[in-house]
Design a binder for this molecule. Structure first.
Ligand SMILES: [Ca+2]
Length: 198
């Protein structure tokens, strides 16, 4: 069975005009620590996952694991390190960044990044945004590989951070992964990953 509508698609389009703000000090500085104090381990409730990417250092495209409360998230297809553009961190000085297909000093990019949880999840949350000129689609997939259902979420166009906090509805399949498809120029950034297992 295939879902025919993208119930959870976030399209981030950053026009050239927004590049004027690329070097700003960042208007999001107050919003990065809703759930923890930056070390990714503040929430020790069983079944709860959280990570702010502050303990990672992956400057070249690679797969790496984040583990918390017995839940592992395998993060593949991007980088996670301090690149110096504060607009790309929702918290601290690191996030996970996916780039359009191509080769650069950070490795060979396929244009696709995935975060896959080791256990079925009932909730997945994160923040996303992109560089000016980056166009990305971020989708939550269920355990069957289909787009997660959520009739309340539609396409979003934004030049700032977007919070995604998605809980599956009763009767729908459990959640499994996040798919980031990056195009345009620059990076798509995801930060402050969270979730709740089934
Ligand atoms: Ca962070």
């Amino acid at each position: 069975m295939r879902n025919i509508r993208p119930y959870l698609i976030f399209i981030l389009i950053f026009g050239i005009i927004t590049s004027l703000t690329a070097c700003g000090s960042g208007s999001d500085s107050g919003g990065g620590n809703e759930n923890d104090n930056g070390d990714g381990n503040e929430n020790d409730t069983a079944g709860e996952f959280s990570d702010d990417f502050e303990n990672t250092n992956v400057p070249m495209v690679a797969s790496f694991d984040l583990s918390h409360n017995g839940i592992t998230a395998t993060v593949a297809g991007g980088t996670a390190f301090t690149i110096g553009n504060r607009l790309l961190y929702h918290s601290g000085d690191k996030s996970w960044m996916v780039e359009p297909a191509g080769v650069n000093v950070r490795g060979t990019h396929t244009g696709t990044g995935t975060i896959t949880f080791s256990v079925p999840m009932s909730r997945i949350s994160f923040w996303v945004r992109g560089d000016p000129g980056n166009t990305s689609i971020v989708t939550i997939l269920d355990v069957d590989g289909n787009m997660a259902e959520n009739s309340s979420i539609t396409a979003v166009v934004s030049t700032g951070w977007i919070e995604v906090d998605f809980t599956r509805t009763g009767g729908s399949s459990a959640l499994k992964s996040i798919l980031v498809e990056a195009s345009g120029i620059g990076m798509a950034a995801l930060d402050d990953l969270g979730g709740t297992s089934e």
